[in-house]
Design a protein around this ligand. Sequence first.
Ligand SMILES: *Cc1c(COP(=O)(O)O)cnc(C)c1O
Length: 396
Amino acid sequence: MQSAYLDYAATTPTDSEVLAAMMPYFTEVFGNPSSVYSFAAKSRKAIDTARGQVARALNAEPDEIFFTGSGTEADNWALKGTMERLRSKGDHLITTKIEHHAILHTAEYLEKVEGFHVTYLPVDSDGRVRMEDLEAAMTDKTVLVSVMFANNEVGTIQPIGEIGSLCRRRGVLFHTDAVQAAAQLDIDVKALNIDMLSLSAHKMYGPKGVGAFYLRRGLRLENFVHGGGQEKGLRASTENLAGIVGLGVAIERLKAHLPKEKARLCALRDRLIDGVLSKIPDTKLNGARGDERLPNNTNFSFIGIEGETLLLDLDSKGISASTGSACSSASLEPSHVLLALGLSHEMAHGSLRMTLGRGTTGEQVDYVLNVLPEIVARRRSMSPLWEDFLKRRGEK
Ligand SMILES: *Cc1c(COP(=O)(O)O)cnc(C)c1O
């Protein structure tokens, strides 16, 4: 049977060269980076190298990069660390309705438990934040704006440069969750006026369980993990040595391949989008088109069916896809992102996300275009929602 993994937004395989670079740090070079003997200096050096690799990829300085246990952890740190540190200056945080739960649930915690005020910005029907809404939401108590670089469900890329310059002008700190964007877009933290940024290795062909946090020089946050002196004492814990080495090599290799891979993915993405929309009637593409969409993202709503049932049918054909974010797909709540784009509950339930990556081929896209129309037609033929839709349209 043919197969296709189309869930690169959920996680990516670790690049074999990344894995090879990591291996010695489990066995031969295992010294604790905090130890004084020269054997441990090799471990310290490896971490310095990785810090330099991450910094170069973002146009940052090595001392602006901190390693964390995940993208989620970096997001938590940005929000909690800033709001707590700047409490005397202001208590207002601005974020958006379409953030990953790593941001949304942290913001809700800050609101409900810590008593901060949070504004959740709406987005337009493509999923973009409007600058006028952001500007209108800012008050003299606003200390932090957190807007994701690109959305993990619908792939919409935000006007990060504009947001960065507005925040800089207004003296408000700006954090961006770049976990999805980093794998596919060029990011220059200086040019974009970004103060803080979150990354995760496993979304960019590195290992799971390691992330990075960029904090612009001169800014100070509350410590995130209290303990030893690692990461300048701000995020204590013996370093995930092999993971950090993997993150550094992954991001360096990614940047080298980016221009070519981006063009290849955009072509495959558009072939999939155009194919689905032309072969399957009453289907909507969720999110923006062209340059405002991540090169690897597709997200559709099929009128009259539940996305969950499609996943099972696709799985039986060897195709791994998703309805939205992996974290919420176990709950049967419709996606908060699709609702924020203005979709009805019914349309939000009928969504299917297919995200492409290094292993995706034209044959796989054609395979999906071959099997998906039949799957949708069969599910619709059994669906009371589809019956209702046809009646409403006057076809029954
Ligand atoms: C995956 C993801 C995260 C969480 O990263 P982890 O390293 O899995 O904790 C955060 N934000 C976005 C946009 C993501 O896609």
